[in-house]
Design a binder for this molecule. Structure first.
Ligand code: ZN
Ligand code: ZN
Length: 354
């Protein structure tokens, strides 16, 4: 298996003898096993999927590259035995997933072995997508784009944010999505200035900006997009802010490419907004990786040390939020390429007034 080989390469480069993968998303990514109780024990020569009797058959079917180990009621005892069998003196664990309680239990069980909490190397592997993964993300985005076009006829004065969210979900599920990528954001009027304002009972009114941030899941992969539309009328201020946010986004889309750091990518859009005097109102990072999780590596932000690589899928989502007034965010999802990006989001960014 290619992914297992890539992980082993990373472990070798970092001089790690063994790793325990406990994050179920990473377990599924590496092995194909989708059960809710299972972990992977991986060394240079051993690849074991540890699970309980409920999943033994499923594990053997879904993860043929792994030796299925029945934990038989005591996962940590079984882990200690495995470590003993292979003769490891240290075990890396996923610090970005494990609870302190589990960490303590592992430590107590594997007496004499050094447990090393590390940021999971699988997170780095997952950041670079295969063609099949990109295809799934594209399918999820296509559904979101179609749903956006359809939802526009529903947004009008008198409609509750909650009903817009419900309708959007209904449309996406009817088109084949298995679920939402995250709790949808529908913020209208002054609520559009809440960067993460989930849909409420508020009724859309004439003159409102409406921020719609949503996505769906296809074949286990997420999509993510944001559009901001206006209802009945647009003030000069709303139009001006919209144009600055769009300019910031388009500057970033034109400048992003492989080799850039997450911080440099973020700066492409941030510089435009700072120059416009709006820097203080763009309080979040420019974007994030998207895949099995809605937020994953890499990050595009003022503090990001990540380096953009070809086949990473990231969002580009500058926003300006004027507290008590309104907010504007525009978000596309793109594939990073050697000399630029390929935009997966097709929805128009022309200012829409409904
Ligand atoms: Zn989003
Ligand atoms: Zn996003």
């Amino acid at each position: 298996m290619e992914r297992l080989a890539a992980l082993r390469q990373q472990l070798q480069a970092e001089n790690r003898e063994a790793i325990l993968i406990t994050n179920p998303i990473n377990v599924a990514y590496l092995s194909g096993f989708t059960g809710t109780a299972g972990m992977l024990f991986i060394t240079e020569d051993k690849a074991a999927l540890m699970t309980d009797f409920r999943y033994l058959e499923q594990a053997a079917q879904q993860a043929p590259a792994y030796e299925v180990v029945d934990v038989a009621g005591d996962s940590w005892k079984r882990l200690a035995e495995l470590l003993h069998t292979v003769g490891c003196s240290m075990l890396a664990v996923e610090a970005d997933h494990l609870t302190v309680d589990t960490y303590n239990k592992i430590n107590a069980a594997v007496d004499g072995i050094t447990v090393q909490p590390i940021i999971s190397p699988v997170v780095r592997l997952r950041a670079v997508k295969s063609a099949a993964e990109i295809a799934a993300i594209e399918s999820a985005q296509k559904i979101a784009d179609e749903a956006f076009t359809e939802i526009l006829s529903i947004i009008k004065p008198g409609v509750r944010e909650r009903d817009i969210a419900l309708e959007l979900e209904f449309i996406m599920r009817k088109k084949g999505a298995s679920g939402l990528s995250f709790t949808m954001i529908v913020g209208s009027g002054s609520r559009s200035a809440l960067p993460h304002g989930v849909a409420s009972d508020k009724v859309v009114a004439a003159g409102d900006a409406v921020v719609l941030d949503f996505g769906c899941i296809v074949d286990g992969y997420c999509s993510d997009m944001t559009r901001t539309v206006f209802v009945s009328k647009v003030s000069d201020k709303q139009r001006r802010i919209y144009e600055f946010v769009l300019e910031a986004q388009q500057t970033a889309l034109a400048g992003l490419r492989a080799g850039m750091s997450g911080r440099e990518g973020d700066a492409l859009a941030r510089d435009v907004l700072v120059k416009a005097g709006l820097g203080d109102y763009f309080g979040h990072g420019l974007g994030h990786g998207v895949g099995r999780e809605i937020h994953e590596a890499p990050r595009l932000s003022v503090s990001s040390q990540d380096t953009l690589q070809p086949k990473m899928v990231v969002t580009v989502e500058p926003g300006v939020y004027l507290p008590g007034e309104f907010g504007v965010r525009i978000e596309d999802m793109v594939v990073v390429e050697e000399n630029g990006i390929r935009n997966l989001t097709a929805s128009t960014k022309e200012l829409i007034c409904l």
